[in-house]
Design a protein around this ligand. Structure first.
Ligand SMILES: Cc1cc2nc3c(=O)[nH]c(=O)nc-3n(C[C@H](O)[C@H](O)[C@H](O)COP(=O)(O)OP(=O)(O)OC[C@H]3O[C@@H](n4cnc5c(N)ncnc54)[C@H](O)[C@@H]3O)c2cc1C
Length: 464
């Protein structure tokens, strides 16, 4: 592996600057969303169009440079950057085109999810994706993509119609059901292993107002609520998404001051429909659960719900997280959730169970590369705080909590976008299950030298 040639700018002509260590822009340009990770790339190349992506890939490959691809820079394990190598930053590629009649949305890879939401909402449409606006649409999609609309409309990849991809050999291909169908299959969950996606085309759905918001219960009710939730969720109408959290009320507005700092079991709810219909759907929930500390549900535009938690989670916090696919929640697991969840080291630290049932289960396990079709939830345990001095405590708590819960989870793998920086090949294989062998075959065909390896890596040598 070579280091970055000092005269890179002479060979690689870009419309934007190539950012080198020591330049004024370097510190800001290398910063990741997760400030616990401090990567120092040898250079950051800001591409503005497909031709520049091709030139950068060809250069990195020919000079034998370590290559990382950056979309939104949100990856919890910092896989949008690397130490010493070249970062191909797509952040300036932000064109979004909505075809309202065909209900499709085409986006370039530098878009955040919030930018896609805002543009699609102008036409009363939404692309099913995640729940925090600042997340990059590219990394989110390639890992799978789950959020409030998943139970109704599936994962983000279930709504991907086509991707334009620059391959390791520098060629540009379209991947869809008819062209490069094997690549299209692999891109839907297999991450950034196969090339740089320079355009995604999604199916969009009519979504306007939702009845949504958080409901907080005292942690003393967590056992009762978790037991109710594991049975209720699979029976809930698909328009109703309920994420369960074990967390703490942030000591800040808009939360009522009298409950700041209280340990809670939370339901984060989004009903895709009118307030009246949402209230009707929630009647069963409100009847079955105890008196909440706070019920913040109200009618709002879907984009408002998508950005509801942005203010609490700005760029630059310390994060350590680890995930798991969860097929069932036993009483023993509930006991461990309460034991660990109620001892979190900071107000922002959390455990979330995101629903991945409903429409996500309409797609067979082998139909896309994504490995979680048998799970009902995608779980994340995240230690989060602004203070770098707390990094060790955040990591220890999240790891200890995860180890206790992982022992109850049959699946063995996780949503790859919830990987920490210390996952190994066994975890990658467990996360893809029976799809791993096919992923390795596709990897060998499209990236036999493993140029794209700063990711949850599929080893082309594993192809049979
Ligand atoms: C606060 C927060 C909330 C989140 N909420 C959700 C959620 O609700 N639902 C959900 O599904 N996920 C969620 N995630 C996880 C998120 O999906 C991942 O962190 C994802 O990797 C972010 O994508 P990015 O483009 O911002 O990441 P980056 O760090 O830029 O890249 C991540 C990976 O994707 C690859 N990649 C990026 N762009 C491209 C491209 N154009 N072509 C090929 N490979 C590429 C990179 O090589 C890297 O391996 C959340 C993350 C955070 C931090």
């Amino acid at each position: 592996m070579n280091s970055i040639p000092a005269n890179i700018s002479e060979h690689l002509q870009m419309s934007e600057e190539i950012i080198m260590p020591g330049s004024n822009e370097y510190e800001a340009a290398r910063a990741l969303y997760n400030a616990m990770l401090d990567k120092r790339p040898g250079c950051i190349v800001r591409c503005t169009n497909v031709d520049e992506v091709v030139a950068t890939i060809n250069y990195a490959r020919d000079k034998d440079l370590l290559l990382a691809i950056r979309g939104g820079g949100h990856n919890g394990a910092g896989l949008g950057s690397c130490d010493g190598g070249l970062v191909l930053d797509t952040g300036a590629m932000k064109t979004i085109t909505v075809d309202a009649e065909a209900r499709t949305v085409s986006v370039e890879p530098g878009c955040t999810q919030g930018e896609v939401d805002t543009e699609a909402s102008r036409y009363g449409l939404a692309v099913p994706a995640g729940i925090v606006s600042t997340t990059g649409i590219a990394g989110l999609t390639l890992g799978g993509g789950h959020g409030y609309l998943s139970r109704q409309y599936g994962l983000t990849i279930d709504n991907l119609i086509e991707a334009e991809v620059v391959l390791a050999n520098g060629s540009i291909v379209m991947a869809n059901e008819n062209e490069h169908a094997d690549l299209f299959w692999a891109l839907r969950g297999g991450g950034g292993n196969f090339g740089v996606v320079t355009r995604f085309t999604f199916r969009a759905h009519p979504v306007a107002e939702v009845y949504a918001g958080p409901i907080f219960y005292d942690i003393a009710h967590a056992g009762e609520i978790l037991r109710w939730y594991r049975d209720f969720l699979p029976t809930a109408p698909r328009k109703l998404s309920i994420t369960l959290g074990i967390k703490t009320v942030p000591s800040t507005a808009p939360f009522p001051e009298e409950i700041w700092g209280r340990r809670i079991c939370a339901l984060i709810v989004c009903y895709n429909g009118s307030e009246e219909d949402g209230m009707a759907a929630m009647a069963a929930v409100r009847e079955a659960t105890p008196e909440p500390l706070m019920d913040g549900m109200m009618q709002m535009p879907f984009v408002a719900m998508q950005g509801l938690f942005d203010g609490l989670l700005p760029k630059g916090l310390q994060w350590y997280w680890k995930g798991d696919f969860v097929e069932e929640i036993s009483d023993a697991a509930i006991a461990d959730h309460i034991a660990h969840g109620s001892k979190s080291p900071s107000e922002l630290s959390l455990m979330h169970l995101y629903p991945v049932d409903g429409a996500v289960h309409d797609v067979d396990a082998g139909e896309t590369a994504w490995g979680g079709r048998t799970a009902t939830w995608s779980m994340v345990i995240a230690g989060i705080d602004p203070d770098p001095a707390k990094a060790g405590a955040l990591r220890d708590w999240a790891k200890g909590y995860w180890e206790a819960i992982h022992a109850h989870n049959r699946h063995g793998g996780a949503y790859v976008n919830f990987f920490s920086e210390d996952e190994d090949t066994a975890r990658v294989k467990a996360s893809y299950g029976d799809n791993y062998a096919r992923l390795a075959t596709v990897k060998r065909r499209y990236d036999p030298e493993n140029l794209f390896r700063v990711n949850q890596n599929i080893d082309p040598k594993d192809a049979s």
